[in-house]
Design a protein around this ligand. Structure first.
Ligand code: AMP
Length: 284
C-alpha cells in the first residue's frame, strides 16, 4: 500500500479539510523522522483513536543550536513512509525547509516559564523552535488530536501550554515512553552510539530508578535525590551527566521539599549523543 506523501502546506490543509468535511476525525503525529518503534506506538495510538492519521516528518532547523546535530540528524524518508504506513498512518507530510520557512518569517512562539528550566537552559532557543514549528503544524492541520511522547517530558508540557494559550482546536495526547529490551528509551539519537556506548545507555534508567527508590523510601530532599542520580551516571565511564533533576510535573520547578507526584529527569552525554529520559515518581 502506498500512502500520499505531501510536501505543500496548501495540499495538506485541503486534504485534511476534505476529510473532516466527510466526517473523519484527524490524528496528527509530529516527528523529525528517523522513525523507530517508539514513533510507531504514537502512530498506532492515533490510528486507534482517529479516522485519518497524518505523520509529519520535518527536521526543524529552528530547534537546533549552532553546535548541535542539525546536519548530522538521520534522514531517510522512504524508510519513514514504510514505518508510518505499517503503523497505520494515512498520509505523511514531509515539507522542504523552504516550504515551512520561506525566508520572511518574523514571528516566533515563546512559551515563558516552562522553557527557562531544564533542557531550556541546556539548549537555549530550543523550545522556541519547537513551539514555533508545532504552532505552524497545528495551524496547517486544523482541528485534530495531536500525539506527543512523554519521553520528551518538557516538550509535551510546552506544547500543551502553547496549544491552550493560543486556543488551537487541538487535543494534545501524551503517550508513554517506548523502551528497548534493556529499557533504554527508544530515540533517533541512539543511532549515533557504537556498541560500547549503546551498552552504557541503560545508565539513564538506572539513575532514574535510584531516584525513584529514594523517594519511595521517604526521601523529601531534592538535593539528595539529585545527588543519587548524578552518582549513578558518574559511575559509568562512558557517560557524562548533563542534568539530573526532580521537579513538580506542572511547574517543572524543583520544590524545596518533595511531596506527592514528581518527575525525575536525566540527560547524559554518551559518545556523540545527548540522551534524555524521565520517570514519574512519588514520595511515600
Ligand atoms: P522526534 O522525532 O524525536 O522529534 O519525536 C517525535 C515524537 O515522538 C515526539 O512527540 C517524541 O516525544 C516521540 N517519541 C520519540 N521517542 C519516543 C519513545 N521512545 N516513546 C514514545 N514517544 C517517543
Amino acid at each position: 500500500m502506498t500512502i500520499p506523501v505531501l510536501e505543500r502546506i496548501g495540499e495538506l490543509s485541503a486534504l485534511l479539510d476534505a476529510k473532516r468535511a466527510a466526517g473523519a476525525t484527524v490524528g496528527l503525529v509530529p516527528t523529525m523522522g528517523a522513525l523507530h518503534p517508539g514513533h510507531a506506538t504514537l502512530i498506532a495510538r492515533a490510528a486507534e483513536e482517529c479516522d485519518v492519521v497524518c505523520v509529519t516528518v520535518f527536521v526543524n532547523p529552528l530547534q537546533f543550536g549552532p553546535n548541535e546535530d542539525f546536519e548530522a540528524y538521520p534522514r531517510d524518508l522512504d524508510a519513514d513512509v514504510r514505518t508510518a504506513t505499517d503503523a497505520g498512518a494515512t498520509m505523511v507530510f514531509a515539507p522542504p525547509v523552504t516550504e515551512m520557512y520561506p525566508g520572511d518569517q518574523s514571528t516566533t512562539v515563546h512559551v515563558s516559564g516552562l522553557t527557562n528550566v531544564l533542557d531550556g537552559l541546556a539548549r537555549p532557543g530550543h523550545f522556541d523552535g519547537v513551539a514555533t514549528v508545532v504552532a505552524k503544524l497545528f495551524a496547517m492541520a486544523g482541528r485534530c488530536h495531536a500525539y506527543f511522547g512523554e519521553k520528551d517530558f518538557q516538550q509535551l508540557a510546552v506544547v500543551r501550554r502553547m496549544a491552550a494559550d493560543l486556543s488551537f482546536p487541538v487535543e494534545i495526547v501524551g503517550c508513554p515512553t517506548a523502551r528497548d529490551h534493556d529499557e533504554v528509551a527508544l530515540s533517533s539519537r541512539n543511532a549515533y552510539l557504537n556498541a560500547e556506548e549503546r551498552a552504557a545507555a541503560p545508565v539513564l534508567i538506572r539513575a532514574l530508578r535510584a531516584g525513584a527508590e529514594l523517594l519511595a523510601r521517604g526521601e523529601s530532599d531534592p538535593a539528595r535525590v539529585r545527588r543519587a542520580m548524578v552518582e549513578i551516571v558518574a559511575a559509568e565511564a562512558l557517560a557524562t551527566c548533563d542534568q539530573a533533576e526532580v521537579v513538580d510535573p506542572r511547574t517543572l520547578r524543583t520544590p524545596d521539599t518533595l511531596e506527592g507526584e514528581v518527575v525525575l529527569l536525566v540527560a547524559a552525554r554518551i559518545g556523540p549523543a545527548r540522551l534524555i529520559d524521565n520517570m514519574r515518581a512519588s514520595t511515600s
